[in-house]
Design a protein around this ligand. Structure first.
Ligand code: ZN
Ligand code: FE
Length: 254
């Protein structure tokens, strides 16, 4: 049985600390900085066995060096990023299954935000670590890949089971929610979820994880091929990639 702890880092990053008590394995996903992770581990008196990265951005790998040095952890990261992430021990690529915290984990290559971005899915835990590809009510900005790559990456994630809990790389939920409400004005599920999100934010709680099944109904970026949605929000194209691109650009300028 896996325990997942959420650690706040930098201004709005999430670091996920995974603990398999039974096997005595502890891992961390996307340590943008080392200090909050060290503090957490000291408190629990745990070692850190594995460091995992979804992509090469500094706010996801910034703590690697220090953590690897202190704990002698193994670094698991996308093979595509071998040049840009130092000291990778285990290179992972699309469709491969690796053990993370002793749990079988499927790797999905999801280019778009960066070319080498990967997401980690644990079927047994019904959990997806989506990095900067899928956010609650949003998706990552398309920096290195094409809009088409990003759309196809999101489709891969969308095809996972409805009961998947998604752990994303940033707390961008409130601003994503504002945009979603702005373009999708008549969505009962979105209205209901928006209230839940506001309540969590008022209490200072993280909005992650979120449910993938619900997300399919309310995240504008997962609905670029939904003709009803496209019509309702007044987009011009019948082509999913083009619609996705329009939505992404609207959000970039929101
Ligand atoms: Zn990033
Ligand atoms: Fe990021």
């Amino acid at each position: 049985m896996l325990e997942i702890f959420i650690i706040n880092a930098l201004s709005d990053n999430y670091i996920y600390l995974l603990r398999n008590e039974h096997k005595n394995i502890t891992s961390v996903i996307d340590p943008g900085e080392a200090e909050p992770v060290i503090k957490f581990l000291n408190n629990k008196r745990w070692n850190l066995d594995e460091v995992i990265n979804t992509h090469h951005h500094h706010d996801h790998v910034g703590g690697n060096r220090e953590l690897l040095h202190i704990y002698k952890s193994k670094l698991i990261a996308p093979s595509y990023e071998n040049e840009r992430i130092s000291n990778i021990d285990i290179l992972v690529s699309d469709n491969e299954t690796v053990n993370i915290t002793g749990i079988p984990t499927k790797v999905f290559h999801t280019p778009g935000h960066t070319l080498g971005h990967v997401c980690f899915y644990m079927p047994e835990e019904k959990s997806l670590f989506s990095g900067d590809t899928l956010f609650y009510l949003g998706c990552g900005r398309v920096f290195e890949g094409t809009m088409e790559q990003m759309w196809l990456s999101l489709l891969k994630l969308r095809s996972l089971p409805e009961d998947t809990s998604v752990y994303c790389g940033h707390e961008y939920t409130l601003s994503n929610m504002k945009f979603a409400n702005y373009i999708d004005t008549n969505n009962a599920v979105l209205n209901k979820v928006s209230l839940e999100i506001k309540k969590k934010k008022e209490k200072g709680l993280p909005t992650v994880p979120f449910n993938l099944g619900v997300e399919k109904k309310i995240n504008p970026f997962l609905r670029a091929d939904d003709n009803n949605f496209i019509k309702t929000v007044g987009l011009s194209s019948n082509n999913a990639t083009e619609s996705f691109c329009e939505i992404r650009l609207k959000k970039d300028n929101f």
